[in-house]
Design a protein around this ligand. Structure first.
Ligand SMILES: Nc1nc2c(ncn2[C@@H]2O[C@H](COP(=O)(O)OP(=O)(O)OP(=O)(O)O)[C@@H](O)[C@H]2O)c(=O)[nH]1
Ligand SMILES: [Mg+2]
Length: 311
């Protein structure tokens, strides 16, 4: 759920350039010169889709649909084949179409979002970007720095808070992350804040003690504000491809994930993983990161995403 929409088609298109190149350009090259769709072409299509980190099931679905229309449709032209693929890809993302919006968000003051994920995926950067967007939407934001593990974590988040012009709550390195979460909610209540964003240390989903720490942070948030957190977003790195699904499943065992944020799509040709995630997980993708700048976080819109790939 969100109180802002950051939609920028051109930015998305640019951000997806590598993935687009991998999928669409290859498809176009394969199709060009071929007057008609045949089995050989279908096999090539299959290879391309699998190579772009689109999982086997989805690839098969797309190919099967293409095969059916190859038999039934008169129009076997390149444009039509591309349209079939595009339609299939849109359908996969379709289930994310409905999103409860602003009114829900406004019921909670503050609205509390906990950000989790493995090391280096872009959690802190994403918090900076989210804070900026919420602030731009006219909301009062407080960030909590519950990454007390990494030496430079406080400084890094502090820089983002200054950029976004929002308040931040920190403690010394080595402090209990739950204590920071506790402080942050109290500060937010006192300041009558609208949104709280809590950063956490990167943790490997295989380390049970670190995962248990997340449960504790969540528990403590609920002690200060019974409904908190409203959202727990898992940040995954677009470069990890299908491994993001493993991460999501592991984190889900410890905490109820309400959304995914996929970062660094600008640096990868594996953007096809978005389709795999949609088909394999029941967790909606909320935002995608397409760069390191403060306005490089975009609201995930299924139609836009497919259009940006094929535009
Ligand atoms: N190109 C690109 N880089 C990104 C994006 N999001 C984050 N990064 C970069 O990824 C690197 C790691 O980002 P952080 O925000 O520090 O990641 P983190 O998850 O907080 O890392 P830990 O706290 O150490 O677990 C930084 O260099 C960011 O600039 C993105 O959408 N695109
Ligand atoms: Mg961090």
């Amino acid at each position: 759920m969100s109180a802002f929409k950051n939609i920028n088609f051109n930015k998305l298109k640019l951000g997806l350039a590598k993935t687009k190149n991998k999928i669409v350009t290859q498809i176009n090259e394969t199709l060009s010169g071929k007057a008609q769709l045949d089995e050989e072409l279908l096999e090539k299509l299959e290879e391309i889709l699998l190579g772009a980190d689109i999982n086997y099931d989805i690839t098969e679905k797309i190919i099967e649909k293409a095969r059916i229309s190859m038999r039934s449709e008169k129009d076997r032209s390149q444009v039509n084949i591309l349209n079939i693929v595009k339609r299939q890809m849109s359908e996969i993302l379709e289930k994310y179409k409905t999103e409860p919006e602003f009114t829900e968000f406004k019921k909670f003051k503050p609205y509390v979002i906990l950000i989790v994920g493995v090391n280096g995926v872009g959690k802190t950067t994403t918090i900076g970007k989210l804070a900026y967007n919420y602030k731009q939407a006219g909301l009062k934001v407080v960030i909590g720095s519950a990454d007390t593990f990494r030496a430079a974590a406080n400084e890094q988040l502090d820089i983002w808070a200054k950029r976004a012009e929002v308040d931040i709550v920190q403690r010394e390195k080595g402090a209990d992350p739950s204590a920071v979460a506790f402080d942050t909610l109290n500060v937010a209540k006192n300041k009558n804040a609208d949104v709280v964003l809590i950063d956490t240390a990167g943790r490997l989903h295989t380390k049970t003690n670190l995962m248990a720490e997340l449960e504790k942070i969540k528990r403590v948030l609920g002690k200060v504000i019974p409904y908190a957190p409203n959202d727990v977003y898992l940040v995954v790195d677009g470069n990890t491809g299908q491994n993001a699904i493993v991460q999501a499943r592991e984190f889900s065992k410890y905490t109820n994930l309400t959304g995914l944020i996929i970062t660094k799509l600008d640096g990868t040709a594996k953007g096809g993983m978005v389709f795999s995630i949609c088909s394999e997980l029941n967790i909606p993708i909320r935002y995608v990161g397409v760069g390191e700048a403060i306005d490089d976080l975009l609201t995930f819109e299924p139609d836009q995403f497919v259009n940006a790939l094929f535009d």
